[in-house]
Design a protein around this ligand. Sequence first.
Ligand code: NDP
Ligand code: 2IT
Length: 450
Amino acid sequence: MNYIHKTVLDLKHSSPAQTEFYQAVEEVLDSLEPVLEGNSNYQRQAIIQRMVEPERQIMFRVPWVDDEGNIQVNKGYRVEFNSALGPYKGGLRFHPTVNASIIKFLGFEQIFKNALTGLPIGGGKGGANFDPKGRSDGEVMRFCQSFINELYRHIGPTTDVPAGDIGVGAREIGYMFGQYKRLTGRYEGVFTGKSLLWGGSLVRKEATGYGAVYFADYMLNARGHSLQGYRCLVSGAGNVAIYAMEKLYQMGAIPISCSDSSGTIYHATGVDLPLVKQLKQQQRTHLERYIEVHPDANYTPVADYPSDGHAVWRYSADAAFPCATQNELSKTDAESLLANGCHLVSEGANMPSTHEAVNLFIAAKIAYGPGKAANAGGVATSQLEMAQNASMQNWSFEKVDQQLQQIMKNIFVTASDTAKEFGQDGNLVTGANIAGFRRVADAMIEQGIV
Ligand code: NDP
Ligand code: 2IT
């Protein structure tokens, strides 16, 4: 369609060299053709052009001093993408690969993901090209303080509420909250993913991984199956992957792999989750150490990965849960998964499958839950944390977990009903994109040209 094609072309001129951002935009816009054709008002209102341009983008210098006394300089970002549905909400990523394209793709995805939760949250994302690996707690603290010395003036509990993402967990949120409090003198719910000691919510830590597994189970239930006995490939060994594996075990499935930036573990009898938690959460070390304890497991270092993809997806399994990072599942990986009998993919990570891989899953009609639907449990539980902070309450684990399950179910039903409405039964990419889009677009129209 001309309108969509022209918007993407204009974007490539106005925001050059942002490959991941174009990928995320094209995936959403491709799905919107039927809804745009059926409603000329969206085009008259220039909704697409307005949606692909962030409301505000902040880029800033983050200088800090390392343990040797050297001055280090990183680049910080916060992209406040869309506030039609509520305050900007989305995580912060600290990883050496962070750049404007990565933050914009994540912020763009976040708009539709947050809309799908049905909760009052807009979309935003931020981060820095800082690598916390190998840094002392003191260095991480000084970096976080410097990051907040600029960011504090842009965020607030009713304006923009950051949380964690890759490289940002409870430790980093603690240091950032402390500095925000010192600078503003205010003790308020400006971050989510906080420690349970001072304003965090039960289940937030587990929510993204648990949510991706609940979503998988709802997809299977609709096809007359359940996760019981499923052998599952998981990638990643961070916050999302660990709690996805925990929930898989609780639901009677068996996670047989995990990975990190150094390599992939395959353990046919089931991943030793307490060991992975110890290696990654406490020792902050590489997964290679896993085979010292379990010589029967297989470890593939990154150097030995296939040139056209990732070692983790070349094993045989019933289901796959990509939970590490973007574009970690290639076309060849998807072909290998399908050839080996995989019939369920639930994305804990953001945009982990390439566009070609997604198309193969859709064409094969397997149960495929795109990230913006399947991993929305994290941000949804962040909103439950905001609700508890605002009402000065602490809800029980069971109460939050029940709400998380209900939200994941609603997302599945909404995406699946919307797919059906547009004649694409079972295509949750189309369903999720259109359902998220309609909610945001209609709110934007009602709020005028702003
Ligand atoms: P963590 O930092 O806790 O873990 C990330 C994991 O992925 C680590 O095992 C890391 O390896 C690995 N990894 C990260 N980047 C790469 C890379 N470029 N190549 C290979 N491995 C990599 O992050 P999260 O678990 O929080 O996030 C994982 C994914 O889930 C991301 O896509 C994130 O955007 C998404 N997500 C996170 C949510 C949350 O609530 N945290 C919510 C929704 C989505 P290593 O340990 O070696 O660094
Ligand atoms: O990608 C995501 O949804 C997140 N990193 C979580 C965002 C949040 O605000 O909890």
